[in-house]
Design a protein around this ligand. Structure first.
Ligand SMILES: NC(=O)c1ccc[n+]([C@@H]2O[C@H](COP(=O)([O-])OP(=O)(O)OC[C@H]3O[C@@H](n4cnc5c(N)ncnc54)[C@H](O)[C@@H]3O)[C@@H](O)[C@H]2O)c1
Length: 349
C-alpha cells in the first residue's frame, strides 16, 4: 500500500482550515506544509505540526509536496496554480477557478501541456444528493427537461460587509455565491446557450450587486430562471436547505432547485419526484410523489478523496479547469447581459 499522499495547504483561512478538518478523515493523505503570508498562519502551521512558509514558491522548492490545496484569495488562484503546475504538483483549486476567462485559458493550457491535473473545488458536485439527482435525470424519469427554477434567496448579516472588499465591484454575490448554483445548473441540466439578466444593488446600495434575476436557455431546449439575493429574509438557498454546512440552521422542507420535465419533476435537495401513473394523464388525475433515496455524506471529504485519486493518477478530475471555466464563462455572460440589456452567449473556454 502507498504511503499517505503529502499535501500542502496554500491559504490557511476559513476555507483552507475546513479542508484540513476533512483531510484528517482521509487516511490516504496527510498535511506536509502550510504556506500563507497572513498574521495567524505561522501559529496555525505550528499547531498542525508542519513546516510554515510565507511564500508558496519557497514551500514548493523546499518541501516538494505531492499535491496542494489552494484556498487563497480569488485573484491569486490562477498564478498560484500555475506555480504548482510548473513544479509538477497537482492542485485542488478553490472556486472560482479564476477571476476572468483569459487567465483561466492560460491555466487550462498549462495543465494540459504539463500533464498536471487541476481539480476545481465545486464541491457540491460530490454531494451524494447531487449524484442521485443526476442519476434520476439520466434515467429519463423526468422525460424531456423543460423548465428549471433555481433559487438563492437569503440574508447575509450586515457584519459580513464590514470587510471592505466585500462591498466592492466584482466581489458581489454572483462570483462569490451564485457561481456554485450556476455550476450545479450546468452539471444537472446541461450547457447554457443564451442568458438574459438584470442585476440590482438597490437593497444595500453598495458598488456590487445584491440581487439578480437571470433567464437561461439551455442547449437541450430547457428554459430556466435563477433568482438570487443576499439581502432577503428568505429560506430558499442551497446553504439553508441542503444541510451541507451546519453553520447554517437548516430549512429542510424548502427547495432551492425545481426541475420539471414532460414525464416528471424533481425538487432539490428533498429529491421528491412527482409523476402521473399513466402516460397521457394530466391535471385532472392525481400527481404521485416518491422520495428518491440516497445516503448522505460529507461533500468536502468526498472531494478530497477524489483529489487523492486524481493526484495519484487513478482518476480524471470530476471538475477540471476547463469545466470550471465554462461556469465562469456563464457568469461573465450574465454580467454582460445585465450591462447591455441583451441576450448573451457564454464564451468558449
Ligand atoms: N467551496 C466553497 O464553498 C467556498 C466557501 C468559502 C470560500 N471559498 C473560496 O476559498 C478561498 C478562500 O476563501 P476564505 O473564505 O477562506 O478567505 P480567507 O480570507 O478566510 O482566507 C484566505 C487566506 O489566504 C491567505 N493568503 C493571502 N495571500 C496569500 C498568498 N499569496 N499565498 C497564500 N495564502 C495567501 C490569507 O492570509 C488568508 O489566510 C476563496 O477563493 C473563496 O472563493 C470557497
Amino acid at each position: 500500500m502507498n504511503s499517505p499522499l503529502r499535501i500542502a495547504l496554500i491559504g490557511a483561512g476559513i476555507m483552507g482550515r475546513q479542508h484540513l478538518q476533512h483531510l484528517s478523515n482521509v487516511p490516504r493523505a496527510q498535511l506536509c506544509a502550510v504556506a500563507d503570508p497572513g498574521p495567524q498562519a505561522e501559529a496555525f502551521a505550528l499547531e498542525c505540526g508542519v513546516p510554515y512558509f510565507a511564500d508558496h514558491r519557497q514551500m514548493l522548492d523546499q518541501i516538494r509536496p505531492q499535491a496542494a490545496i489552494i484556498a487563497n484569495p480569488n485573484a491569486l488562484h490562477v498564478q498560484t496554480a500555475l506555480d504548482c503546475i510548473s513544479s509538477g504538483v497537482p492542485v485542488l483549486l478553490e472556486k472560482p477557478v479564476g477571476v476572468d476567462l483569459a487567465e483561466v485559458r492560460e491555466l487550462v493550457a498549462a495543465s494540459k501541456e504539463k500533464g498536471v491535473p487541476v481539480l476545481v473545488g465545486h464541491h457540491r458536485r460530490h454531494n451524494p444528493l447531487i449524484v442521485k439527482a443526476r442519476e434520476v435525470i439520466a434515467s429519463g424519469a423526468l422525460g424531456r427537461l423543460t423548465t428549471v427554477t433555481g433559487l438563492w434567496q437569503l440574508q447575509k448579516p450586515e457584519s459580513y460587509f464590514d470587510i471592505p472588499w466585500r462591498r466592492e465591484a466584482g466581489a458581489g454575490m454572483l462570483l462569490t455565491n451564485l457561481i456554485h448554483d450556476l455550476d450545479l445548473l450546468r452539471h444537472l441540466c446541461g450547457e447554457v446557450r443564451h442568458v438574459q439578466a438584470i442585476t440590482s444593488n438597490g437593497a444595500r446600495g453598495f458598488a456590487n450587486e445584491d440581487s439578480v434575476a437571470v433567464l437561461l436557455q439551455f442547449e437541450n431546449g430547457a428554459l430556466g430562471t435563477m433568482t438570487g439575493s443576499d439581502a432577503v429574509a428568505a429560506p430558499w438557498s442551497w446553504e439553508l436547505d441542503s444541510g451541507e454546512n451546519s453553520v447554517y440552521p437548516q430549512q429542510p422542507d424548502q427547495p432551492c432547485y425545481l426541475l420539471a420535465g414532460t414525464r416528471g419533476a424533481l425538487s432539490i435537495p428533498q429529491l421528491k419526484r412527482w409523476h402521473y401513473a399513466e402516460p397521457g394523464a394530466g391535471w385532472h388525475q392525481p400527481l404521485h410523489q416518491v422520495t428518491e433515496a440516497f445516503t448522505a455524506d460529507e461533500a468536502l471529504r468526498l472531494q478530497l478523496e477524489h483529489f487523492v485519486a486524481v493526484a495519484r493518477g487513478e482518476a480524471e478530475p470530476r471538475v477540471d479547469a476547463a469545466d470550471a471555466g465554462r461556469t465562469l464563462a456563464l457568469l461573465e455572460a450574465i454580467r454582460a447581459a445585465a450591462l447591455s440589456g441583451r441576450a448573451c452567449t457564454p464564451a468558449t473556454v
